[in-house]
Write a protein that binds this ligand. Structure first.
Ligand code: ADP
Ligand code: MG
Ligand code: ZN
Length: 552
C-alpha cells in the first residue's frame, strides 16, 4: 500500500498539517517535476524534498554547503527513523566507505553530500548506476555571485540538470533578492521549474531601530529588561565582537564571541552551548548563522549597520522561529554609514562596488524610514503590505511631525550656495559651521549659509536632507559622488510660497562631542529609488519567464 504525503508528514515527522506551499511542492516533485523554492529561513524547506524522497523509489541526493548543516539534518532524520547519511570531508576513511556501501546497497532514503564531492567524476559515475528519487540543492543562492554567500564549488552543480535528465530537481533558498533569484534559475538550468515563493513576512518579529549613542549601554539596557531571553548580537568586525562579548561577560551575562577567526572547535562549542541554552548571548560576525536552527532566539541585535538588506533580513530572521514574539533591534549610527562605505569602496571590481553601494543605500533607507519598517523591508523584496504592520517601532510610536519649512529652506539654500557640487556631508558641515581645512580652502566658511544650521546636530540635518530627497526637493547624483542638486520642486519652497512638514528624526541626538571625520566627496548617501525599481523589474522578468505569478 502506498503512503500519501500526509501519512508521511504525520507518521514520520509527527506534524499534523503542511505549511503553506509545502504540499504543492511535494506533489510537484513526487510527480517528477522541477521546483524552485523561495521560502524564508525557518519556513520549512527541508520537508519539501524529504517527503518526496520517501515517496519516490531510490535515494534523494541533497547538496548542502556546510558539514554542520548536513549533520543537523541527518541527526534529525535519524531520530525520526529515516535512513539518512551525510558524505563529506569530515568523515574518517572507514566511515566514508561504510556510507558509500550503504548508498550502493540501496539502504538510504536521503544522502547529504558536499557539492565538490558530488561533482567529482568518480562519484557521478557511481550515482548514475543507482535509482535516484530526486536531487535537491539546498542554500541554492550559493551558486550566484549576486548573492551574499557565493561558493565557487556550487557553480559545477549547473551540470546536474543535463547529467540526470530523468530525475526531478529542486533548488531551495531563503535569499530574497530578485537579481540573485534570476541568476540561480539560470545557472542551475531550471527553466522548466515551477516557482514557489512564499511571503517573506515574519509578523512575529518586531523591527526596531534606535539611534546609536552609547551602544554598549544601550545593549545592556536592552538585555536587562529581558533577563530570561537568549539572542544574537551581530557586529561587523572580529575586534568589535571580541570587545562586546568580553564586556558582557564582565557584566555577568553568559555571552561568547563567534567569528571566523576562532578555531573550529571553539566555534562548535559556542554554537552547541547556544543551542542547549547554556549560553544566553552569542556576539558574532556574519559568520554565525547558517544552520542555526534554534527556535527560541528571542532577539537579534545589530550593533553595527549591516551592509545590505538581504543580510539584515537573514540575520534578523533567526529570531522567533517558533513564531512567538521576537525583537530585531538595529543600533543605527551615522558614522557606520561612512565606515561601510569606505570598506565597500576599497573593492577592486567597480561593478561590484556600485552594486554594493546601492545595497548599502537601501539599508540606510530602511534605517532612516519614517514609515512602517515592514513595508520598507518587504517592499525591497517586491512584496507589498496592504496595511502598516502595527508591529514595528514606527507603527507603534509614529514619529512626530514638525514644521520643517525653515529648516528645509536653510538646507536647500545651502545646497545652492555650495554650487550644487557637494554631497550631504559637506552641506551639513557648512550648515553647522564646522571648522576644517577643506572648508576654508574652498572659501565655504565665508558663505552666507555658513553656520545657519548650528542649532541642529549633523544627524538631524542628515535626516532632513534625506527626507528632502525622498520628497523630491533634492536629487542625489549617484554617478557623481552623490552630489546634491535642487529640483524644480525646491523653488516654491525657497521662495517662501510653500510650507513643509517632515517627520522628526527618530534619531534623538545629543550633538556629538566630536565631529565625525568624513571623507572628502564621500558623504553618506541615501537609498536609491532607482534600485528598488530595478529589482522590481527583474522580479517581474523572473515571473514572466516562469509563466507564473511572482507570489503563489
Ligand atoms: P528552512 O530550511 O526553510 O529554514 P526547516 O526545513 O529547517 O526550514 O524547518 C524549520 C522548522 O520548521 C523545523 O524545526 C521544522 O521541523 C519545522 N517544520 C517544517 N514544516 C513543518 C510543518 N508542516 N509543521 C510543523 N513544523 C514544521
Ligand atoms: Mg534549510
Ligand atoms: Zn510597521
Amino acid at each position: 500500500m502506498t503512503q500519501s504525503p500526509h501519512d508521511i508528514l504525520r507518521t514520520v515527522f509527527g506534524y499534523h498539517a503542511f505549511r503553506p506551499l509545502q504540499e504543492r511542492i511535494v506533489a510537484r516533485l513526487a510527480g517528477g517535476g522541477d521546483a524552485f523554492v523561495l521560502m524564508p529561513t525557518g519556513g520549512g524547506k527541508s520537508l519539501c524534498y524529504q517527503i518526496p524522497a520517501l515517496l519516490r523509489p531510490g535515494v534523494g541526493i541533497v547538496v548542502s554547503p556546510l558539514i554542520s548543516l548536513m549533520k543537523d539534518q541527518v541527526d534529525a532524520l535519524r531520530e525520526n527513523g529515516v535512513a539518512a547519511a551525510a558524505y563529506h570531508s569530515g568523515l574518517g576513511e572507514r566511515e566514508a566507505r561504510q556510507t558509500l556501501a550503504r548508498l550502493h546497497a540501496g539502504e538510504l532514503d536521503l544522502f547529504y553530500v558536499a557539492p565538490e564531492r558530488l561533482m567529482s567524476d568518480g562519484f557521478l559515475d557511481r550515482l548514475r548506476e543507482l535509482p535516484i528519487a530526486l536531487l535537491a540543492i539546498d542554500e541554492a543562492h550559493c551558486v550566484s555571485q549576486w548573492g551574499h554567500d557565493f561558493r565557487p564549488e556550487y557553480v559545477e552543480l549547473g551540470r546536474l540538470r543535463r547529467l540526470f535528465p530523468g530525475v526531478p530537481l529542486i533548488a531551495l533558498t531563503a535569499t530574497a533578492d530578485p537579481q540573485t533569484r534570476l541568476d540561480i534559475v539560470d545557472r542551475l538550468g531550471l527553466r522548466e521549474a515551477e516557482l514557489f515563493v512564499s511571503s517573506f513576512d515574519r509578523p512575529n518579529i518586531r523591527y526596531t531601530v534606535v539611534d546609536k549613542q552609547k551602544p554598549f549601554q544601550q545593549l545592556q539596557t536592552f538585555l536587562n529588561v529581558r533577563p530570561d531571553e537568549a539572542g544574537i548580537v551581530y557586529a561587523l568586525s572580529r575586534k568589535r565582537v571580541e570587545e562586546v562579548a568580553a564586556k558582557l561577560q564582565q557584566a555577568g551575562i553568559a555571552a561568547a564571541p563567534y567569528h571566523a577567526g576562532l578555531p573550529d572547535a571553539e566555534r562548535s562549542r559556542v554554537q552547541e552551548a547556544f543551542l542547549r541554552d547554556d549560553l544566553r548571548v552569542v556576539v558574532a560576525t556574519v559568520a554565525f548563522g547558517m544552520g542555526i536552527d534554534k527556535p527560541n532566539v528571542r532577539f537579534v541585535v545589530h550593533y553595527d549597520l549591516p551592509k545590505n538588506i538581504e543580510s539584515y533580513y537573514q540575520e534578523t530572521g533567526r529570531a522567533g522561529r517558533d513564531s512567538l514574539p521576537a525583537v530585531a533591534l538595529l543600533l543605527f549610527g551615522y558614522g557606520d554609514i561612512a565606515v561601510s562605505r569606505g570598506l565597500i569602496e576599497n573593492g577592486s571590481n567597480p561593478d561590484q562596488v556600485r552594486i554594493e553601494l546601492h545595497k548599502l543605500n537601501a539599508m540606510v533607507g530602511f534605517a532612516e524610514a519614517v514609515t512602517c519598517r515592514r513595508r520598507v523591508l518587504l517592499g525591497y523584496f517586491g512584496e507589498t503590505l496592504a496595511e502598516p504592520c502595527g508591529n514595528c517601532d514606527i507603527c507603534l510610536t509614529p514619529p512626530e511631525q514638525f514644521d520643517a519649512t525653515e529648516a528645509a529652506r536653510k538646507a536647500l539654500s545651502c545646497v545652492y550656495r555650495v554650487g550644487q557640487r557637494f554631497g550631504m556631508g559637506h552641506v551639513i558641515d557648512v550648515l553647522r559651521g564646522s571648522h576644517g581645512d577643506r572648508l576654508r580652502q574652498l572659501g565655504h566658511d565665508r558663505l552666507s549659509t555658513y553656520g545657519i544650521g548650528a542649532d541642529r546636530s549633523a544627524e538631524e540635518w542628515g535626516s532632513i536632507l534625506r527626507q528632502l530627497i525622498h520628497r523630491g526637493y533634492l536629487e542625489q547624483d549617484m554617478a557623481n559622488y552623490s552630489v546634491l542638486k535642487l529640483t524644480a520642486a525646491a523653488r516654491p519652497l525657497l521662495r517662501g510660497e510653500e510650507t513643509l512638514t517632515l517627520a522628526r528624526p527618530r534619531v534623538k541626538v545629543a550633538a556629538p562631542k566630536k565631529e565625525p571625520k568624513r571623507r572628502a566627496g564621500g558623504p553618506p548617501t541615501d537609498y536609491d529609488e532607482g534600485l528598488f525599481l530595478a529589482l522590481r523589474v527583474l522580479r517581474k522578468r523572473l515571473a514572466d519567464e516562469q509563466g507564473v505569478p511572482p507570489f503563489v
